[in-house]
Design a protein around this ligand. Structure first.
Ligand SMILES: Cc1ncc(COP(=O)(O)O)c(C=O)c1O
Length: 399
């Protein structure tokens, strides 16, 4: 797939008309202020009637943050956007804005861990129940519906096993029962997927990842219709106060300018490395929606515009051995998150009680380095580990 055909959309989003208030500055200034003062009390009182339409206090509106919100809503083709301090601040605010005590939520069982904890454990305190389903099975979503179901929470693709949900079909199903749909689109970014165009009500992103793109700040965004976003802005946004700082907004605006270029590189490098790994004897399966072997590849081609570069592979090699392999890697850093320059790796053992038994899952994030260097790194670390294990075996006396 080619992200280039979308570039004109990004040209207009990244190209800002000169604003005389900023003396022609080519970058929006960082409005480092907590409050905005008024020339007279009458103007102040007028603004206080609707603080979200005026500049009164930065836990409401800040021009640098608003500038970013405007760009993000244009990219998603939504009506309104609000930025938050992190992806989780955006996700929890979006969820809270559409549910109340006694409601029921359905969510894919592959959603990001803290999101599942928020839905399944935290919200239980307020009498809100969540049913977790196999998100790829329409039948499970239908079966889980109750008269009190008010929200379908989606994350497509997910960031561990890279499962997709059928966004259009689920949006229709939810509309039929009067439920709202929220979709976490962090993996795809607005370059590669537009959930609102497929009928989803609200899209959330962890901006921390690809959108910011440099591992130097955190952020989140919720984008949706005026009706849903006005409600969220007046309550969860203003009352919880998990707002984005103007410094983070400025870094993210800078990152946005190269988003399509970076995503094209991530797509190409990610697929290149994933295809290479598919051929390795020690790997049993590579989970990447862009591979023809992915069970939902057809759905991916239908609802996505391209792919990114976070994926996982499965191996029957013991987890301790695979961790030792990760220790041998030169370019891949061991760490959480993704979306910045540097490639990342994490290893964990999975024991889901299935007949598969225990197995090892490796998550790889393919950064901006040369894909040839990354492939060499992955191969050499494995060869290095195998030969050091062989030497250790030869040197270990039989007892
Ligand atoms: C898919 C997904 N959604 C949301 C989040 C939360 O984002 P943040 O860390 O910015 O709060 C993460 C973080 O890793 C994530 O992977």
């Amino acid at each position: 797939m080619n992200i280039k055909h979308q570039e004109s959309r990004f040209t207009s989003v990244a190209h800002d008309p000169l604003d005389s208030r900023h003396h022609g500055a080519i970058n929006i200034p960082i409005y480092q202020t907590s409050l905005f003062a008024f020339e007279n009390h009458e103007g102040f009182e007028r603004a206080m009637l609707n603080v979200l339409d005026h500049h009164v206090y930065s836990r409401g509106n800040n021009p640098t943050v608003e500038f970013l919100e405007q760009k993000l809503l244009e990219l998603e083709e939504g009506e309104s956007a609000k930025c938050f301090a992190s992806g989780m601040a955006a996700i929890s605010a979006a969820i809270m804005s559409v549910i109340r005590s006694g409601d029921h939520i359905i969510c894919t069982n592959q959603a990001y861990g803290p999101t599942r904890e928020f839905l399944g454990t935290y919200l239980e305190r307020f009498g809100i129940e969540t049913t977790f389903v196999d998100g790829s099975s329409m039948e499970e979503w239908v079966t889980a519906i109750r008269p009190s179901t008010k929200l379908f929470y989606l994350e497509s693709p997910t960031s561990g096993m890279f499962e997709l949900q059928d966004l259009e079909a689920l949006a229709q199903l939810a509309k039929g029962i009067g439920a709202v749909t929220i979709c976490d689109g962090s993996w795809a970014t607005p370059c590669n997927q537009r959930p609102l165009k497929l009928g989803i009500d609200m899209v959330v992103h962890s901006i921390t990842k690809y959108i910011a793109g440099h591992s130097d700040c955190l952020g989140g965004v919720v984008i949706g219709s005026h009706i849903l976003m006005d409600r969220l802005s007046q309550t969860e946004y203003m009352l919880f106060g998990g707002i984005m700082t103007p410094q983070s907004a400025a870094l993210i605006i800078r990152g946005l300018r190269t988003l399509p270029l970076r995503m094209q590189r991530h797509q190409d490098s990610g697929l290149r490395v994933a295809k290479h790994l598919q051929d390795q004897a020690y790997i049993t399966k590579v989970n990447h929606p862009g591979l023809t072997t992915h069970p939902q590849h057809e759905l991916a081609l239908r609802q996505m515009l391209g792919f990114s570069s976070l994926f996982s592979f499965e191996t029957k090699e013991p987890v301790e051995k695979v961790k030792a392999w990760a220790d041998h890697l030169r370019y891949f850093k061991i760490g959480v998150s993704w979306g910045g320059f540097e490639s990342l790796v994490t290893v964990k053992e999975i024991d889901d009680g299935s007949i598969k038994g225990k197995w090892t899952l490796v998550r790889l994030y393919i950064g901006m380095e040369s894909p040839e260097d990354l492939i060499r790194d992955l191969d050499e670390a494995w060869e290095g580990l195998e030969s050091s294990l062989t030497i250790r075996m030869i040197n270990t006396p039989n007892v």
